[in-house]
Ligand binder design. Sequence first.
Ligand SMILES: NC(=O)c1ccc[n+]([C@@H]2O[C@H](COP(=O)([O-])OP(=O)(O)OC[C@H]3O[C@@H](n4cnc5c(N)ncnc54)[C@H](O)[C@@H]3O)[C@@H](O)[C@H]2O)c1
Length: 274
Amino acid sequence: MKKPFEGRFAGKVMILTGAALGIGEATALRAAQEGAKLVLVDKLEKEGEDILRRVKDLGAEAVFLHGDVSEESTCREMVELAVSTFGRLDIAINNAGIMGQPGRIVDVTKEQLDHTMANNFYSVFFSCKYEVIEFLKENHGGVILNVSSIAGLTGLPGNLPYSASKHAVNGLTKNVAIDYASKGIRVNSINPAGTTTPLTKAAYEYVKRHREQAIAAGMDPKEANSMAGLKRRSLIDREADPDEQASVMLFLVSDDASFLTAETIASDGGWTSF
Ligand SMILES: NC(=O)c1ccc[n+]([C@@H]2O[C@H](COP(=O)([O-])OP(=O)(O)OC[C@H]3O[C@@H](n4cnc5c(N)ncnc54)[C@H](O)[C@@H]3O)[C@@H](O)[C@H]2O)c1
């Protein structure tokens, strides 16, 4: 793990969704070491209780909400939990998301698109809604970071639902930032490239299996390969470590980023530069 900035979030109450695994897990551990009071949210109960125990072992005050942020009620509840436990809300990182079922437009069903939009876009919509309502009520500003993707800045071959959902997150991010800048609320998104997490592992396995099946069914291997990504490399020629995303995310929600809002920051090793 990168060296934490001791005390950077002392006294700050932070919601973090999708906290149990991957990028969320790394962010929870670092935020705990930097003094944040944490409301951790995840649909995985056992893994969520585990990250709660680990952040408490690091000395953080924290609670865990077992819930699905594609449900509006969970997003309202997580904000209520922040206020009932810690008395306020300062920062929210809306990180939960899924790869969903990849596919090109002729293959994608409305149900598949709805599922990805519910988990990647509506989750962020509901989260931002209740977070902003609370910030306005408390009347001291606030900070939101939405986790989008390079697929929110460019297309992603063979994965229309993911790309559409992440573009929607970036559109929402800019709009909320514009609408509430005058109230001292900063809203940005981070757009990571491939990062070593359970999500990417499952996605690579899915694409590999799908490509092999398509070739076996007679698809031109060149066309089948395009489903695995037309571009395989960023300038920094490797996947990111979750800690590298956590460090950018926590910078963006810290006071050091006080002049940044309505930004869709690519944390992508140069992926979107060419
Ligand atoms: N890993 C990457 O390469 C990569 C790249 C770009 C963007 N992202 C984005 O980063 C975020 C985190 O991804 P990750 O790679 O750490 O994934 P991950 O699957 O490793 O972890 C995601 C966590 O979010 C939780 N979650 C998912 N949907 C939820 C829901 N509806 N309600 C509550 N919890 C939910 C999962 O249970 C899991 O604990 C996602 O939004 C993802 O789209 C990841």
